[in-house]
Every structure is written in C-alpha cells, then in structure tokens.
Design a protein around this ligand. Structure first.
Ligand SMILES: Cc1ncc(COP(=O)(O)O)c(C=O)c1O
Length: 400
C-alpha cells in the first residue's frame, strides 16, 4: 500500500494551508454513531469519524499482520505533520507545539516548570475541577491562589482586575468552560495579566476544533488540550502549546528531556579527555516537554481529524453549530429549562437547569438521547457538526 493510503488524506498538502471547503452538510455520514442515537454530549467525548477509524485500522493492520506500510522510518513525518496542523489551528508555530498525554497533566507540568514561589496564581471557579485541584495542592504548600468566582455564570473582568497584581505569575482559565460553555474574555484577561507581568494559560479542550482560536491575537502564552473532544481524536493524547520565547526560560521541563553519552570503557575504547564521563544531552525545542513515545494511535487519529477539521474550516463548523445552540437557547428556557449559559456566548456548549434531573435523564435515556447532567441539575448539551435539527426535535420531544 502506498504511504499516502496508510496515513490517509491527512498526509498531503500541509505546508500551505488549504482553503476550507466549508461544506459541513455531509459530515453526518462521517460519524455513523449518529445513526444509532441522538448523541449531544460531544463535550464529554466526541465520536470518531470513519476517516480516523480507518487510519487507526491501517495502523493496527500493520502492527498485527505487517499488512500495509511500516510506520518506521516515515514515522517522524506524521508526527511533525500533526504538529503543523495543530499549530495552524491556533495560529501558532509548529516549533511551539509538543505532544501531551492529557490537558490536566500538561497544566500540571507547566505549573511544576514555572517559578511560582513568592508569587500568586489567579484562576476561576469556571476552570475545570481537576485543574482547580492542582492549585489546591499548591495552596497547601504555601502558594497564594486566588479563585475568582463567577457572577451569573460569567467571569467579571473587574473581579479579575482586583485579583491580578504585580505579584501574579500566572492567570489560568478554561477558554471555554465545561460547566456552561462560558467563553472567557481572554483578550481582556491577557491584557490585564501582561500589563502586570503575568503569563496566561488557557485550557482549550472545550473549544479547539470547535471555535476559532488565535493564540497571538488572544494573548495566550500557554495552552493544552486532549484530542478526544472537539478534535475528534482519542483519549490519552493531546497537545501542549508553549510560546517559543518561554520554552526552557519561563517553563522548564520537569520530566526527562534528553539522553546521555557515555565516555568511559567499556562504552568507548578511547575516552575523550575533553568530554565528561557521562555527557547529558538535553532536548531542545518543544520536544523538551515530551517523554518517550507519543501514542501512535493518538497521532494517527489526530492527523486525520485535524485534516478533516481544516478541510471543513473551524469558522464554518462554528457557524453551523451555532444554528443548533441558538435554537436550544431559544426553545429550552421557554419550556421551563432556564439557561446557565450567558446570552450571546459563542461556544458549542449550552447548559440548562432541570427541575427534576433524575426524571429528565430517564426520559432522555428512553428516547436514546444523550446529554450530560452535571453538578446536580445542570443539563449540558453540546452538539457538533454532524448533529442536525432532527436531533434537536427528538431532544425537545423527549423533554416536552
Ligand atoms: C475544561 C476541561 N479541562 C480538562 C478536562 C480533562 O482533560 P484531560 O482528560 O485531557 O486531562 C476536561 C474534561 O472534561 C474539561 O472539560
């Protein structure tokens, strides 16, 4: 099999960013799961497309039967290609992208690698719960942690303004909150943070692939996400973005990021007196934040899905999904489900309060409609590009 087939469509034409086709109308056929159920819980886990699934199958075929084409030596190429595509999605440079295993692990690695001693960190109560735990742990060790609480399910910039000071080292937010889809005013936050010498971390797992992101224009210095949500990939694989000038200087690698060369017998016959006995050779560039191999299944699925998202165009995906979330924001409050998503919020997640969460879930399950019920009675609905108005009809019928 030709390498192009092995790697799928994703392996071609990466250096120039191809214009998106914008045709999202056929997307439903790419996600067969839509045939079996009304799946509106993409903020928990997005289904795989047939394209990513086929690419993973090809990889497994090789690993199992040596059918197809070996992943080595061309393996370095798809790894790099995945970074090129992810960088393009953020308007970052490939040299600013490392692989990560999870969003939460990546944020923890950033915190471990920064000098936070004597400073403070500002975050919000709409950041992910496990991320807040990072800060709780460090608070116990003496770090000054300031958690800005939401007001009416949005973060008030005046509150952030009061919390961020000259001693703030990092402002960490979820760009889109998993709780209610709140899209953080990141540009204004970055302006406040940067004016006081602090860096900005954005958890982008609930928006990368679903909402246009421009780390330069938004003033984001550090970001991370896994691929199993809006990037339509698999669990256990993701990306870390570290602004180039911060690599090694502001964010030090805290896991092994290099190799060694031995300079004594029996490793070498004639040791070089000018060289240390054990010479440590650090990795440079964003790979300094990586440990060992990435998940191959992760790279393969991401390469395929990033290419898919690029072909459709994130702006087009967003425009289409907005028609679905707009309808939910209009119709559900009128049917007795008040929304906790601020009006005019631009993300693929909308959340509503259910009077009787257990009964609501029972009805939805009976109708084979999948949403998330979180934080007691908060019903989170997160449509994607393959959902359609008929899916919403079925949801609304079940809730009637
Ligand atoms: C905002 C947010 N951040 C982080 C995570 C967890 O990400 P990961 O599994 O990649 O650590 C989630 C999962 O739902 C999330 O919604």
């Amino acid at each position: 099999m030709h390498r192009r087939h092995f790697l799928g469509a994703a392996a071609t034409g990466l250096s120039a960013k191809p214009a998106p086709t914008g045709d999202v109308s056929a997307a439903r056929d790419d996600f067969p799961r839509a045939r079996h159920a009304v799946y509106l819980d993409n903020a928990s886990c997005h289904p795989l497309s047939v394209h990513s699934a086929a690419a993973i199958h090809r990889y497994v075929d090789w690993e199992t039967h040596e059918v197809g084409e070996p992943w080595w030596p061309p393996w370095a190429r798809p790894r790099h290609d995945a970074k090129i595509l992810f960088a393009a999605l953020l308007n970052a440079k490939p040299s600013e992208i490392a692989f990560a295993r999870s969003t939460i692990e990546a944020e923890s690695n950033i915190l471990n690698g920064m000098n936070l001693q004597g400073g403070n960190v500002v975050t919000t109560d709409l950041h992910y719960s496990a991320a807040l735990y990072h800060y709780r742990m460090r608070q116990r060790d003496g770090l000054d942690v300031r958690v800005v609480k939401h007001r009416k399910w949005r973060i008030d910039l005046n509150d952030l303004d009061r919390a961020i000071d000259r001693n703030t080292r990092l402002v960490a937010v979820a760009l889109v909150s998993n709780v209610n889809g709140y899209f953080h005013d990141i540009q204004a936050t970055s302006a406040l943070a940067h004016a006081r010498g602090a860096y900005v971390y954005a958890d982008i797992i609930q928006c990368a692939g679903a909402v246009p992101i421009d780390v330069r224009a938004m003033g984001i210095d550090l970001a991370a996400c896994s691929t199993y949500k809006w990037l339509m990939g698999v669990k256990g694989f993701g990306f870390l973005y570290v602004r180039e000038d911060l690599q090694g200087a502001v964010v030090k690698p805290m896991q092994h990021s290099g190799g060694v060369r031995f300079n004594y017998p029996p490793w070498v016959e004639r040791p070089d007196p000018a060289v240390e006995e054990i010479a440590y050779q650090p990795v440079t560039g964003p790979a300094r934040y990586e440990v060992s191999y990435p998940s191959y299944e992760g790279v393969i699925a991401a390469l395929e899905s990033l290419s898919y998202i690029q072909r459709l165009g994130v702006g087009n995906i967003r425009a289409y999904v907005r028609t679905l979330t707009d309808r939910l924001m209009k119709e559900l409050p009128a049917r007795g489900y008040p929304s906790i998503t601020p009006p005019g919020n631009d993300s693929p997640i909308v959340a509503f309060e259910a009077r009787d969460p257990a009964k609501t879930m029972e009805r939805l399950r009976a109708a084979n409609v999948h949403v998330a019920m979180r934080f007691g009675n908060r019903m989170r609905i997160s449509p994607s590009v393959y959902n359609n108005q008929r899916d919403l009809d079925r949801l609304l019928e079940a809730l009637a």
